[in-house]
Design a protein around this ligand. Structure first.
Ligand SMILES: [Mg+2]
Length: 360
């Protein structure tokens, strides 16, 4: 059977409400602005992907950039890695970070989805893996001691064995109080993680974080600016608690810089910012060679499959922000992912009623 040919790209833009809104030390996230990409190929084959623009202000421009890149790939055979390499080469002068990077990653994810569907298998099957279960943890927002503890307890009652809280309050004492409240709510056997969303100043991060170092946390995430590899490495070396980073690294090249600086104990690339499935596969090879366990960021449906393939996979970050617009959101039972054996592609197809409801 000849390989399908890319015929066109189409986009839909939606604002999906997050209930309740997600509070972080770096601001409130009330809605997810998403560009839904459909990559249409010969034979009626279509691949789907989500680009998350973080701000609604970037929604229209991102959608237009997808359509702008369309002309470059129409007529090419459906070869996701080759298409990604081609688009990287075509955007070398503007640079393939930021919006350009998110759009190339979106096209890449849609291409892998389409190719897997063409082969009548899942993305993890296409990559030579099996849809095995991986541990999944849930998250709470930057919601203060009582509410954070309440949310953590609710997740544990649903079977989760790990919960991550957003912290980075004005003082270390407040951060510590939130952690202690969570611990007393969930007991000693649940893994707890904390996420600063890059909010600490490098000058006093070590002094602050040493006050959390006896809490048995699984990790401390993004304590300072994500690209400040030197100070993240200093923090990591000063703490017993592992440091986690990666969701803001652009492409495998950033991952390589962070690994060279030995900036974190664990890594958690974001499948979009790391460059789609193609970028992810390159990044996890780097991580494996450096002996780092890999967790995911957002995109639970696709990330569950990518972690199922990996040899050093650690934890899936479970979020349900986009579940409403999907026909079959990821299932998590007893704290692990559940992927159906007959999974097709990335597992993501649009719930068209909800897409219409939230369309911009
Ligand atoms: Mg984070």
């Amino acid at each position: 059977m000849p390989a399908p040919i890319v015929e066109s790209l189409s986009v839909q833009t939606v604002l999906v409400p997050i209930n309740p809104p997600h509070r972080t030390a770096s601001g409130l996230v009330e809605k997810s602005p998403l560009v839904l990409i459909d990559l249409h190929c010969s034979g009626g084959l279509t691949g789907h992907a989500i680009v998350f623009t973080y701000t609604p202000a970037a929604l229209k421009a991102t959608a237009e950039l997808v359509l702008g890149l369309q002309a470059l790939i129409v007529g090419q055979s459906l070869a996701p890695r080759a298409i990604n390499d081609f688009l990287q080469a075509k955007t070398r002068l503007i640079g393939s970070q930021g919006m350009v990077g998110t759009v190339i990653a979106g096209i890449d994810m849609a291409a892998w989805d389409a190719l897997a569907r063409f082969q009548e298998t899942s993305v993890c099957g296409l990559l030579g893996g099996r849809p095995v279960a991986v541990p999944a943890y849930a998250g709470t927002g930057y919601d203060g001691e009582l509410e954070t503890a309440r949310q953590a307890e609710a997740w544990v009652k649903k079977g989760y064995k790990g919960v991550k809280a957003k912290i980075g309050y004005p003082t270390a004492a407040e951060d510590l109080a939130v952690i202690k409240a969570m611990r007393s709510a969930v007991g000693p056997d649940v893994e707890l993680m904390v996420d600063y969303n890059q909010s600490l100043q490098a000058v006093d991060a070590i002094r602050r974080l040493q006050q959390l170092d006896d809490e048995g946390l699984l990790w401390i995430e993004e304590p300072v600016l994500a690209h400040d590899y030197v100070n993240t490495a200093r923090i990591k070396d000063a703490l017993k608690t592992p440091v986690q980073s990666g969701e803001n690294w652009w492409g495998p090249a950033d991952m390589q810089l962070a690994l060279t600086a030995d900036a974190s104990d664990f890594v958690m690339p974001d499948v979009m910012k790391i460059g789609g499935v193609t970028g992810w596969m390159k990044a996890v090879d780097l991580a494996a060679a450096a002996g780092k366990q890999v967790s995911s960021h957002l995109w639970p449906e696709l990330s569950a499959q990518l972690l199922a393939v990996g040899s050093t996979s650690h934890q899936l970050e479970y979020v349900d922000w986009w579940a409403e617009i999907l026909e079959e959101p990821l299932r998590v039972e007893n704290g692990v992912t559940v992927l159906p054996e007959d999974l097709q592609g990335s597992g993501m197809t649009w719930n068209s009623d909800k897409v219409d409801q939230y369309r911009v």
